[in-house]
Design a binder for this molecule. Structure first.
Ligand SMILES: [Zn+2]
Ligand SMILES: [Zn+2]
Length: 257
């Protein structure tokens, strides 16, 4: 089994506070580990702009693109400029503007407790019930619709840690993921699918990406936990899109050499 790409890696651009960085590697360090481990492609995916503690700053996006070009030349690893954006409303809003999307190769969206809600109404309607870990039927219904609407509104490539701190109906989200060509994640740190969810997702043809959710350069390419889960629950290799092949992403056209 060969892993060709790791598409969820944070660097020091994900910010931090009190001089403590949320993630420790630089773009070049993440790419160097990728090279050492034989990976051909990675994505740099900092936390989205509305994350209060770890969000990347908009002004750094152009700087990151330059660093990526330099790191590509130094390592020979193909590097995508991505983001791990945030769900910020029950209506499927995400903290990305059209101008942001134009600059990015790859878009992840996930729910993060410390991302600001779109407005005060959505704070009470969407963020707070999830922060308080409510799992009522109406919470699941609201969250599921939010994810489905987001997949319609934005060119999302991957939903990160689905179900984590934002309970959803996996069957409905999975169907919509297939329809909109969105990957679901096998996140090395947080996997929320139950056995019965996985069987349904596999049968409906969901495409997965396995990763570690890297916060330290040494972990780039460490996808074992996701892969072990896939083996245990019979997810076929053909449905894990970063094994033995390169996934297709909506905003990214690989340059042919
Ligand atoms: Zn995340
Ligand atoms: Zn992450």
């Amino acid at each position: 089994m060969v892993i060709l790409g790791d598409y969820h890696t944070h660097t020091i651009y994900s910010g931090g506070f009190f001089n403590v960085k949320h993630a420790t590697g630089t773009i070049l360090e993440n790419a160097m580990t990728a090279k050492e481990k034989g990976l051909k492609q990675i994505a740099i995916t900092e936390h989205g702009f509305s994350h209060k503690l770890y969000g990347v700053k908009r002004k750094n996006i152009d700087k990151m693109r330059k660093e990526i070009e330099e790191a590509k030349l130094k390592t020979g690893v193909d590097i995508l400029l991505g983001i791990e954006a945030n769900f910020i409303s029950s209506d499927g809003d995400v903290d990305l503007k059209d101008e942001d999307i134009k600059k990015l190769d790859f878009i992840i969206v996930g729910f993060h407790t410390f991302a600001k809600a779109k407005n005060i109404v959505e704070f009470f309607k969407f963020r707070l019930p999830n922060m308080l870990h409510f799992h009522r039927k109406k919470d699941i219904k609201r969250n599921t619709l939010a994810v489905m609407k987001a997949m319609d509104k934005y060119p999302i490539d991957l939903i990160s840690h689905p179900g984590s701190r934002m309970p959803i109906d996996f069957e409905a989200v999975g169907k919509h993921a297939v329809k909109t060509n969105t990957h679901l994640e096998l996140n090395g740190r947080r996997i929320c699918y139950k056995k019965e969810d996985i069987k349904k997702l596999v049968d409906m043809g969901v495409k997965f990406l396995a990763d570690y959710d890297v916060h330290s350069a040494k972990n780039v390419g460490e996808v074992n936990k996701g892969i072990n889960f896939a083996i245990k629950y019979n997810i076929p290799q053909s449905q894990i899109m970063n094994l033995e092949k390169f996934p297709q992403f909506k905003n990214y056209k690989k340059e042919e050499n």
